[in-house]
Write a protein that binds this ligand. Structure first.
Ligand code: DGY
Length: 323
């Protein structure tokens, strides 16, 4: 008998067919309001869950006594209580690797756009306000040759380092829980304390996961350590930054600007002061959002899920179950 899978993220037709060939699938289009009620109704018979961007807490897990696997279509696993899943014997899987380069592209795009004021100045042209050659009031700041600071030197951090070092001749500082000799060797990167990085970098890029240790990591003190001309780029998770402290630092001109793909609340509130600031480039959590990468992530998530349901080890486990 086929196992039952609840999918709460839209899949391409080929992937849905592949899944349906091996499992009984309930598809839920939107997990807000009525959709969440449908999800809850489907959980008692579910052996697998596949989706993203939904906090799966104990109240949902309690409804799913037969659950064997949650296959997250994301690399980040901050929507799950990993310890609790392990305790319940539920395998969590995620989708690393396939999104590394695309997410690093997003980070570098934010860095460039903020430094060169691309969004602000493009909006000026579009509004018909380009009426004379621009002068110093509209100048940006150079990227090439400046110091790139990377907080979190995992796969995405290293892909950013590659862009900065090989493409833009940038010295690279990084802070992570352990030195990465491969990054030192490939990108001339230097491991240092967070404070040293903040004081030395022209661009501070956050690429680390959200955990209880990293929540609020960049607060008033840390922002105060950054150079006045520095730019903060966040492609990690919003709560890694103390958002009110960031707003204050930007309002007071204590840093040059920020490129933000993630926010404490998503979608970000339309009245957030961040959205009124010309020196903030804000994007709607598009880190991995290209056609190719999202399809690759979904395929990876389907593979992970089917492996677990077939009793095989998944390629990308995010927790370790006792064997
Ligand atoms: C990820 O894969 O974790 C992206 O940030 C999307 O949530």
């Amino acid at each position: 008998m086929k196992k039952h899978v609840v999918v709460y993220k839209k899949l391409s037709a080929p992937l849905m067919e592949r899944l349906q060939a091996q499992a009984e699938v309930t598809f839920i289009d939107d997990v807000k309001g009525e959709g969440l009620a449908r999800l809850r109704d489907a959980l008692p018979g579910a052996h697998g869950l596949l989706g993203a961007s939904l906090r799966i807490d104990s109240s949902l897990l309690d409804l799913a006594p037969a659950l064997e696997v949650i296959s997250s279509v994301s690399v980040g696993i901050d929507n799950y209580d990993v310890e609790e899943l392990t305790r319940r014997g539920i395998q969590l899987t995620h989708t690393p690797d396939v999104l590394t380069e695309t997410t690093a592209d997003t980070g570098f795009a934010l860095l460039m756009a903020t430094a060169r004021r691309v969004v602000e100045l493009a909006a000026m042209v579009r509004a018909g306000q380009w009426q004379a050659n621009i002068g110093p009031a509209h100048f940006g700041t150079d990227v090439h040759g400046k110091t790139l600071g990377i907080v979190g030197m995992g796969r995405i951090g290293q892909a950013l380092a590659q862009r900065g070092h090989c493409g833009f001749n940038m010295p690279v500082l990084y802070h992570s829980h352990r030195p990465r000799p491969e990054a030192d060797e490939r990108f001339g990167a230097r491991h240092c304390s967070l404070d040293e990085l903040l004081a030395g970098a022209d661009f501070v890029c956050l690429t680390l996961p959200l955990t209880e240790q990293t929540r609020g990591l960049i607060g008033e003190r840390e922002l105060g350590l950054m150079k006045p001309g520095a730019i903060l780029v966040n492609i990690a998770r919003g709560p890694v930054v103390d958002e009110p402290a960031l707003i204050a630092a930007l309002e007071q001109g204590r840093i040059r600007g920020a490129g933000l793909d993630v926010f404490t609340q998503e979608p970000v509130a339309t009245d957030s002061p961040l959205l009124r600031m010309a020196n903030v480039v804000a994007t709607p959590h598009i880190g991995s959002a290209t056609e190719e990468t999202r399809e690759a992530m979904a395929a990876c998530a389907v593979d992970n899920l089917l492996a677990v349901l077939a009793g095989q080890p998944p390629a990308n486990p995010a927790n370790r179950l006792p064997s």
